[in-house]
Ligand binder design. Structure first.
Ligand SMILES: Nc1nc2c(c(=O)[nH]1)N[C@H]1C(S)=C(S)[C@@H](COP(=O)(O)OP(=O)(O)OC[C@H]3O[C@@H](n4cnc5c(N)ncnc54)[C@H](O)[C@@H]3O)O[C@H]1N2
Ligand code: MOO
Length: 402
């Protein structure tokens, strides 16, 4: 039996010479979850003017402790008049601070009698004032290149009045499943058949990793049909992903087809689940090189391999650092286990407990037991040839995409 190969070596082979996909301009309202192709420079100071953080009274801090006439009323959205020393202004949250005032007292601390406000004795300068440019300074970097546009980043763009951004187009992926026994939901099941669970699962994962599923099909059962389908897919996409048929069985045409129209490397990884992995390249007729990733058919193996290989591949194609690497968390094992020659990525739920984060493993970690992935928060990476006891510290890959 040949030696098992390292996950890191397979990942390096997969990511070698990946060039990021092209940029495109998109309206911000359609750019959610997309990745910035360029940094965005702030055009405006945010906030654009000194303003009040509270509903209350604006004054100069030297006038603290006095009873002051209320000289003006400043609502959000109106222009404030200069404030004379010895007076104060009624002011509301977000309203501009009047020139001459340098602090605000919240209304709960002020007594108002006959249009005069009694102010507390000590009010520090800048109290309850949000200063111009304290969040963002015009001319500075608002968002970095490679930033995924999450909810807050979209809000940040809008705060600058920006309506369009340059983002990476979504990598186009072909998702092909194989196996005579695999049937689509909605069809009747004959004896020996099972439903195609990998297709919707991988589709969802790939879309969460930023891909567009541009081609989705079931692989034909014959050699010519398989070769024709792979060639057709390669014309339309950046990456071809298949599941099934990467092990040692004979019932498979995918390996032969890839070898006929491209290059193929078969890996036997020190990874559980997900030992067999096929990586390759196909050539499109315009000379583009299309990456091929053949995931194992067992649903849990393809789930784990998708997180370990497809996520960093999408991260590289999108030039997005937060996708390229997985967030990791140390946790205490709430279980004990022994591993053999393969690193075991156990599906765990993470609980926040008084002593820290605890990882609870699903009882059946079999590679066909998809229940172990439902509600899993993380993959606990248990090193090869180790004995983990309850309470030991383990490293968990958080199954989370921004
Ligand atoms: N003699 C050996 N047999 C196997 C080895 C080995 O080293 N020597 N490796 C095992 C490991 S590990 C895995 S993982 C699987 C990988 O097999 P394949 O990638 O060739 O996949 P298939 O044989 O086509 O299917 C495996 C399993 O998964 C089910 N499957 C496939 N596609 C789907 C789908 N779209 N939805 C749901 N389930 C699917 C299929 O019915 C099989 O049960 O090989 C081991 N064998
Ligand atoms: O390692 Mo396989 O990938 O057992 O399912």
């Amino acid at each position: 039996m040949s030696e098992l190969q390292s996950i890191e070596a397979a990942l390096a082979a997969l990511l070698k010479d990946v060039t990021p996909v092209q940029a495109e301009n998109l309206p911000c309202e359609k750019a959610g979850r997309r990745v910035l192709a360029d940094e965005v420079i702030a055009r405006l100071d945010v906030p654009p003017f000194d303003n009040s953080a509270m509903d209350g009274y604006a004054l100069h801090h030297d006038d603290a402790g006095k009873r002051l006439p209320i000289a003006q009323r400043i609502a959000a959205g109106i222009q404030a008049q200069p404030l004379a020393r010895g007076t104060c202004a009624r002011i509301f949250t977000g309203a501009p601070l009047p020139p001459g005032a340098d602090c605000v007292v919240m209304q709960e601390k002020v007594e108002v009698i006959d249009d005069e406000a009694s102010l507390p004795s000590q009010v520090p300068e800048s109290n309850n004032v949000r200063h111009r440019g304290s969040d963002v300074t015009a001319g500075g970097v608002l968002l970095e290149r490679g930033q995924r546009l999450d909810a807050a980043a979209l809000g940040h763009l809008a705060s600058q009045g920006i309506v369009e951004v340059s983002v990476r187009r979504r990598p186009r992926v072909a998702l092909l499943t194989s196996g005579d026994e695999i049937v689509e939901p909605g069809q009747p099941l004959a004896a020996g058949q099972i439903y195609n669970s990998n297709r919707p699962m991988l589709r969802d994962l790939l879309e969460r990793f930023g891909a567009e599923i541009a081609f989705i099909a079931t692989m034909p059962d014959d050699a010519d049909g398989t070769r024709a389908m792979l060639a057709l897919a390669a014309e339309q996409v950046d990456v071809v992903v298949t599941t099934g048929g990467v092990s040692v069985g004979e019932e498979d045409h995918v390996k032969a087809a890839i070898e006929a129209i491209g290059r193929l490397d078969l890996w036997r990884l020190a990874l559980k689940p997900g030992k067999p992995l096929a990586l390759g390249r196909l050539s499109a007729s315009d000379g583009r090189e299309v990456r091929f990733v053949g995931l194992p058919g067992n649903p849990v193996s393809s789930f784990v391999a998708a997180w370990l290989f497809l996520r960093p591949l999408m991260g590289a194609l999108l030039a997005c650092p937060s996708l390229a690497s997985m967030p990791t968390l140390p946790a205490r094992a709430a279980f004990s286990t022994r591993t053999g020659p393969r690193r075991h990525y156990m599906r765990v739920q993470l609980n926040m407990e008084p002593g820290g984060i605890t990882a609870h493993a699903f009882p059946d970690q079999g590679s066909g037991v998809l229940s172990s992935c439902v509600n899993a928060d993380a993959l606990a990476a248990i090193p090869a040839d180790s004995h983990i006891k309850e309470g030991d510290s383990i490293n968990c890959l958080w199954l989370r995409v921004d």
